[in-house]
Ligand binder design. Sequence first.
Ligand code: GRF
Length: 197
Amino acid sequence: MADPVRVAVLISGRGSNMLALSEHKRRDPERTYRIELVASNVPEARGLVLAKRLGLRTWAKSHEGMKRAEFDALLDAALEEHGIEIVALAGYMRLLSPGFVDKWEGRILNIHPSLLPLHKGLDTHRRALLAGDEFAGCSVHVVTADLDSGPVVAQARVKILPRDDPESLAQRVLEEEHRLYPLALEEYCRAVRELES
Ligand code: GRF
């Protein structure tokens, strides 16, 4: 059986998706990926505390006062040091530099809380409600140079209810995120290994 793909999860905040990714099949000998590193541009991110509790390796550095490319070069060095093969963005609230995206082309995934290509960017649930959408949801996509625009690899839909506000909708979508992201990452990592063989 092939070795699990070495994954880094990039976070900036609470880290609930990171938790879902790291818990998924953690003890399954047939798992297709393993979280090798949790990295953050926000040293006080709540998710880092969770990651440390889980015994995961962490890397944190504030991006403040640094040029984007300069910060991303440090991040890249940390990923290389840990032999990372796939990068999973999970609430990483910072645009990646073109050079970084170029180098990791096809090897960065992101989860976005909308049914892409609808509602790219921030405040997705409010915008879905304002637009009168019937469904909200989440998308896992490959990261490219354009924000939230790379190929979608998995989506989950959530019915919008008449009583929904952005918070209630966000909560139900988040539950779907936690279900979808590990499955999508697993599939992606399986494909990575298959391409190699
Ligand atoms: C999630 O809603 C994710 O879709 C978006 O940022 C949020 C991160 O939440 N990109 P968490 O840090 O994983 O709890």
